[in-house]
Design a protein around this ligand. Structure first.
Ligand SMILES: Cc1cc2nc3c(=O)[nH]c(=O)nc-3n(C[C@H](O)[C@H](O)[C@H](O)COP(=O)(O)OP(=O)(O)OC[C@H]3O[C@@H](n4cnc5c(N)ncnc54)[C@H](O)[C@@H]3O)c2cc1C
Length: 398
């Protein structure tokens, strides 16, 4: 007997989990199985992220996706499930040229009621005595932005899926699909077994192309390697910099983006430093590793230029993962392909949009034209479809 499920979700990353939860939450009693090759939830790129969130995007769709998700995560945390959510803000440090070039985006953020402040350089110097301001002409402080704990978020969704009767198969890679005469996906092969499904949801993240290729389907995303480096900040100037009062109620430095694109993410006793270099050739590495050379030659020079306290700093540990870029516009996709639902292409900001994408995937599954996002705003399901797509590309990519 081939086990049959109404829904099989490939991928227990944040997108697969959020999709599974919203599909089940809207139709309790469905039989649903989540399959992942790893041994637990969120161990793919979700675990490798900087885990920051923001609603400051140039694309109105991206803004809605993240605002809806942030509102939902805040509500979950307020009602007693700790997600490590800290609204510490995002601080963009901009040169005069960048500030000028960003005028239009800033105007659109203001008219979309995105909460942000402009900090003149004198104010930045007061707040950050260790900043060597150089060519920085202003700071842009996003308020509805911060950091969270992706492991806690994944555990939250996983538990809810289990409570709603969903099942999990961990440690099983999907190695093939079963197809009907028209090439539509009818099931999966995983862990040496075949499972049939009325609907398969492919939420395989950066492995989306490799997974779809098993059904002979074309690539949809562009995996791009990204690296993060943890520099100890348990004492001295770096400790003082993490604990910079005046920006938020936590007395922490916001997630800070430097003019060259490198960023500093505060963590407990550490700074996590990253730089999403645009010249990184696309491609998926089996075992991506962070490179010492990249830290020393590309990343640290940007950081020590503005924060001399990082001079000569070496990372205590480091790791690498992949963004799943969606090149035409860097906006996510949710659509049906060969009968399956694909969710992905979140271009390096999937955690902060995951709840909304899960709702949209559920809307597509349940045949809805529109869904309500976590902040109560409607979203048209077909806006993230692949066909007939013509969306303004996202300009605020980190
Ligand atoms: C360095 C870095 C920094 C980032 N920083 C941020 C950030 O600050 N904020 C933010 O919102 N986002 C950030 N991101 C992006 C974020 O991590 C992703 O957008 C998000 O994790 C995508 O979730 P996912 O569920 O699509 O992918 P994943 O978490 O990778 O999950 C996909 C899952 O599918 C499984 N899978 C794939 N193929 C198969 C198969 N054939 N069989 C079985 N299982 C399979 C994998 O094992 C994996 O668990 C960052 C990413 C990186 C790499």
């Amino acid at each position: 007997m081939v086990p049959n499920y109404q829904v099989i979700v490939i991928g227990a990353g944040i997108l697969g989990l959020a999709s599974a939860y919203h599909i089940l939450n809207q139709a309790r009693g469905l039989s649903l199985l989540v399959i992942d090759r790893f041994g637990g939830p969120g161990l793919g790129n979700t675990a490798r992220s900087a885990a920051a969130y923001r609603d400051m995007f140039s694309s109105p769709l991206n803004r809605d996706l993240s605002r809806g998700s942030i509102a939902f995560y805040e509500q979950i945390q307020e009602t007693g499930t700790h997600l490590g959510l800290q609204r510490i803000g995002y601080l963009w440090l901009l040169t005069a040229q960048q500030a000028q070039a960003s005028r239009e985006v800033l105007d659109s953020l203001a008219s979309a009621e995105i909460e942000f402040d402009i900090l003149e350089v004198e104010r930045l110097r007061q707040l950050l005595p260790d900043l060597r301001a150089g060519d920085i002409s202003l700071g842009l402080l996003g308020r509805n932005c911060g950091i969270l704990n992706p492991n806690l978020l994944c555990r939250f969704y996983e538990q809810r899926v289990r409570e709603l009767g969903g099942k999990f198969l961990y440690g099983a890679a999907v190695s093939g699909f079963t197809l009907d005469h028209d090439g539509r996906i009818t099931g999966v092969e995983a862990g040496g077994q075949v499972f049939s499904a009325d609907t398969v949801v492919v939420a395989a993240g950066a492995w989306m192309n490799a997974t779809l290729a098993l059904a002979g389907l074309e690539a949809l995303v562009l995996p791009r390697k990204r690296q993060l480096f943890a520099v100890a900040a348990k004492s001295g100037t770096l400790h003082g910099l993490i604990h910079s009062p005046g920006f938020n109620t936590y007395g922490l430095l916001p997630f800070t983006i430097l003019p060259g694109g490198a960023y500093l993410r505060p963590a407990t006793g550490f700074f996590i430093l990253g730089y999403a270099n645009e010249d990184q050739p696309p491609g998926l590495e089996d075992h991506p590793l962070a490179e010492a050379d990249f830290f020393e030659k590309r990343l640290r020079p940007q950081v020590e230029r503005y924060f001399p306290a990082f001079e000569g700093a070496t990372p205590q540990y480091s790791w690498a993962g992949h963004y799943a870029d969606h090149p035409p516009d860097s906006l996510p996709l949710v659509d049906r392909v060969a009968g399956a639902i694909v969710v992905g292409g979140d271009s390096g900001s999937g955690i902060m949009k995951a709840d909304s994408l899960g709702r949209i995937a559920a809307g597509l599954y349940h045949g809805r034209e529109q869904v309500e996002l976590g902040h109560g705003r409607p979203f048209r399901v077909k806006d993230l479809a692949l066909s007939g797509r013509s969306l303004a590309p996202e300009r605020l990519i980190i």
